[in-house]
Structure formats: C-alpha cells, structure tokens
Design a protein around this ligand. Structure first.
Ligand SMILES: Cc1cc2nc3c(=O)[nH]c(=O)nc-3n(C[C@H](O)[C@H](O)[C@H](O)COP(=O)(O)O)c2cc1C
Length: 183
C-alpha cells in the first residue's frame, strides 16, 4: 500500500459500500493478513476475544464450498466469522458474542476497504451447511460470512437489484436517531 492510497478512518467509514461482485483477480495474502490483524485488535467483552475466523482463499476453493447466496460464488476470499458464546458475556438475554464478533468484522471490513478491497456482510446463510463444509465445532456459532475481492467495475444485475431494495447508501437523518440529553 502506498501513501497515496491511504485514507482516514472516517473516509473509509463514509465511502464504504457493500460489494457483491468481484474482479477475477486474486487477493494478496498481505492484504488478507492486514484485514485479519484489524479484526484481531478489536475490543471485546472482558477482552475474552471469543472470535474465530476461517479464511478460505482462492475463487475455486470458495466456489467449491457450495454456499449461497450467489455473490459468494465469485468472491476471491471468504472469511467465516465465528464466536464462542461460552467465552463472552450474557446479560439480560443480550448475547455479547454477537457484539464482539460484529466489532471485529467491522474492523476487518474497513481494513479491506482501505486497501481497495470490497466486502459484504452476509447474514443469510444456513449455519449447519457452513459448519459442515468447514468443520466448525458444534459449540461455535457462525455469525457472518464475508466474501471479499476487488470490486467489479460493473456489478451484476442481482447485486444492483439488491442494492436498490436495501437502499444501500441511504441513512436515517441524524435527528431521527440521536437524542441529545434525553430520548
Ligand atoms: C447483520 C447484517 C446482515 C447482513 N446480511 C446480508 C445478507 O445476507 N446479504 C446481503 O447481500 N447483504 C447483507 N447485509 C448488507 C446490508 O444489506 C448492507 O450493509 C446495508 O444495506 C447498507 O448498505 P451498505 O453496506 O452498502 O452501506 C447485511 C448487513 C449486516 C450488518
């Protein structure tokens, strides 16, 4: 990565968008390592670091997992983000392993974006299928699948459609979500 590619954390946050179509170009191990390192450094419940990441490299290896949705199939890398509920907190029914893993995933996603790599958080998957395909132990929860690669110049029609449906760039107005001093 050269200086000219460096962007601020806020710029990365503000410019990031989910990417669901990827170039047919391999992703360098050094870039994947930086993403994983960003995840590793995330804060977590009592610093228990309840997460595990399975990293599948190479388009063919990813495709051979036979996982849906379609945008996983053309990814160059697939990161499977997992959490161990027994290693995190649980207060008032709030399972903090989800929080721990979510923060780590966002670190990973932003580190990817900073390096010119696109990702999308995929939450819609069949956990047992993923568990079986990757030999993930029964006591470990699969929280997210993160396909990764260089964003394709032209996105496929499905990706475009989905973006339209979810209104990818739309965000609520600050007045709707921030309550100064009192709700
Ligand atoms: C918890 C979570 C689950 C998601 N699951 C999916 C998914 O299964 N498939 C998908 O295409 N996008 C998924 N997304 C991506 C969101 O649709 C996307 O982040 C949102 O529409 C905002 O668009 P942006 O990421 O481009 O800013 C998920 C995002 C989150 C945070």
């Amino acid at each position: 990565m050269t200086d000219e590619h460096q962007i601020s954390v806020f710029d990365a946050i503000a410019s990031r968008r989910s990417v669901r179509s990827f170039e047919d170009v391999p992703v360098e191990d050094a870039k994947i390592n930086l993403c994983v390192e960003a995840a590793r450094l995330a804060p977590s419940w009592a610093n228990k670091q309840c997460w595990h990441f399975v990293v599948v490299r190479g388009k063919q290896a990813v495709a051979e997992l036979g996982l849906t949705p379609a945008h996983i199939k053309n990814a160059q890398v697939l990161v499977i983000a997992c959490g161990d509920p027994d290693k995190s907190g649980n207060i008032d029914g709030k399972q903090y392993y989800l929080v721990d893993v979510a923060i780590a995933v966002e670190h990973l996603v932003l580190a990817a974006w900073e390096q010119g790599l696109g990702t999308v958080w995929v939450g819609a998957f069949k956990e047992e299928r993923v568990r079986k395909a990757l030999g993930i132990p029964e006591n470990i929860k699969v929280v997210a699948l993160i396909p990764m690669g260089y964003p394709a110049g032209k996105e496929g029609i499905r990706a475009k459609l989905l973006k339209k449906v979810v209104g990818s760039a739309n965000r609520k107005d600050v007045k709707e979500i921030v309550h100064w001093e009192k709700w």
